[in-house]
Design a protein around this ligand. Structure first.
Ligand code: C2O
Ligand code: CU
Length: 480
């Protein structure tokens, strides 16, 4: 008994020292006895800082703790995540836990779930890490996502059933390498029909602002490094390698391929699926894929993106076998006839729900438009914040149908919930769970969600420049 008290005192003192040092502190629940759940505490300072991506100039990005991307948060399912955010930026900020069904007050959407954190102020985010999966955290204010304010959030399963030998997190980023990051005085695609004079960009915020056009990116980075100035991913012959691929880019969808290997997709947006083998993996903004490959082809290879004419082909990272003497890595070639997995090839791995045959309680048609003769992007012709709420009641099953009437793909993201992607050729319980779904130009996609997390939930295109130009609305319901 006495020994135990001493040990406790010792641990508390140690913990106090860790806290005082300003490093991330981890409480020691077993040793300390009382709390069942481990509290994992992180201190995040949002501040401008000089960064370098390995290629290109030093520039001032907006960062968490002075680094891009921000520190990886890695916890176990069931842990309590506590992030103490201090704002050293010249404007308001927040953090959104992209994909995690957090309680509404922790969701980090200014004017919807909280008052934005003003310069000099502190805000504490705290929520349970659940369910296991690969997530992204990022600012949800203005264009801060494109200025560097994002990072990886990995929730490991509480009982590890992982069979792989190595695991890497790959956070994909699109950069404009100049002070202020993506908020640059350049543009990528002028909306058709817009006259030159109208395209002058204005930096402004608040209702009635003129939205910015997508910038021309000049740095496609993985974990803050542009190829070739990066460390290769080391593998050993015979290893089963897991990659958590997270697209934190503001406006870039990638088609990825690993030269010399097939990829097996195991999780979509953190949710397990029946494994699907593919040559090419398409990943939109806000999407996450866990993939595996078997290192059975010794050499030095590149995992890289297909070039579409905007520089995406610069996004690359070498995979290097330990046994092999380093040589020029082999790039992926995108030729016809490659396997290219789509949502419609995926099935949920462990269907939890029973089959439902009755139609959903609600149906919301959402027409996605924009890009023509207007700087705005709209849902049903509306420009957020001048957009109607989608009302549901707690416990209802709601379906949203997207009709993309534009020539751009829109990765539609819904906060606070996972949704099923409707797949008429599969039974309901096999539909995959996601939180972000790409709706391609002129295509139609439907999703369904269960209203089981009351609050006001942002729902929007995850192209940051479309979101800021109005392509968003709010799903709202109260606890019954
Ligand atoms: Cu990744 Cu509304 O967020
Ligand atoms: Cu969009």
């Amino acid at each position: 008994m006495k020994a135990k008290i001493n040990r406790r005192t010792f641990l508390k003192t140690t913990l106090g020292a860790i806290l005082a040092s300003g490093l991330p502190a981890f409480s020691l629940p077993h040793a300390l006895g009382k709390p069942k759940k481990a509290v994992r505490e992180f201190r995040f300072s949002a501040s401008p800082a000089k960064v370098n991506l390995g290629v290109g100039p030093d520039f001032v990005a907006w960062t968490y703790n002075g680094q891009v991307p921000g520190p990886e948060i890695r916890v176990r399912e069931g842990d309590i995540i506590r992030v103490i955010l201090k704002n050293y930026l010249p404007e308001d900020t927040t953090i959104h836990w992209h994909g995690v069904p957090v309680p509404n007050a922790m969701d980090g959407v200014p004017e919807v779930t909280q008052k934005a954190v003003m310069p000099g102020k502190t805000f504490v985010y705290e929520f349970e890490a659940r369910p296991a999966g690969s997530y992204i955290y990022h600012s949800h204010v203005n264009y801060q996502l494109d200025q560097g304010l994002y990072g990886a959030l990995i929730i490991e399963p509480s009982h590890s059933r992982d069979l792989h030998d190595r695991e890497y997190t790959l956070l994909l980023e699109d950069w404009v390498m100049m002070d202020g990051g993506g908020v640059a005085n350049t543009q990528r695609r002028p909306p058709m029909g817009m006259r030159r004079g109208m395209m002058r960009r204005q930096r402004s915020s608040g209702p009635g602002r003129t939205p910015l056009l997508e910038p021309v990116y000049d740095g496609y980075a993985i974990n803050g490094r542009v190829y070739p100035e990066m460390n290769p991913l080391g593998v050993g012959k015979g290893d089963r390698v897991k990659l958590r691929i997270l697209n934190a880019s503001s406006a870039t969808i990638y088609d990825l391929r690993l030269a010399g290997h097939a990829l097996t997709i195991t999780h979509v947006d953190g949710n397990p699926i029946q494994p699907v083998e593919t040559d090419v993996l398409r990943i939109g903004m806000g999407e996450r894929y866990d993939v595996e490959f078997v290192a059975n082809n010794p050499g030095t290879w590149l995992l890289g993106a297909r070039e579409r004419g905007f520089g995406e082909g610069m996004l690359r990272i070498p995979i290097e076998y330990k046994e092999v003497r380093r040589k020029e890595p082999v790039p992926p070639i995108f030729h016809r006839g490659l396997r290219f997995a789509t949502y419609w090839d995926f099935q949920a791995l462990h269907p939890l729900d029973k089959s439902v045959s009755v139609p959903a309680d609600r149906f919301y048609p959402q027409t996605l438009s924009g890009g023509m003769h207007s700087p705005f992007w709209t849902i049903n012709g509306q420009v957020y914040p001048d957009a109607e709420h989608l009302a549901v009641r707690e416990g209802e099953r709601a379906r949203i149908g997207y009709w993309n009437h534009s020539m751009m793909p829109h990765p539609m993201h819904f906060h606070g919930h996972f949704f099923k992607v409707v797949n008429p050729s599969l039974p309901y319980e096999r539909w995959i769970l996601k939180d972000t779904v790409i709706v391609d130009p002129m295509q139609h996609v439907e999703i369904e969600f269960l209203a089981d997390n009351p609050g006001k939930w942002f729902h929007h295109c995850h192209n940051l420049y479309h979101m800021e130009a109005g392509m968003a609305n709010v799903v709202a319901y109260q606890a019954d």
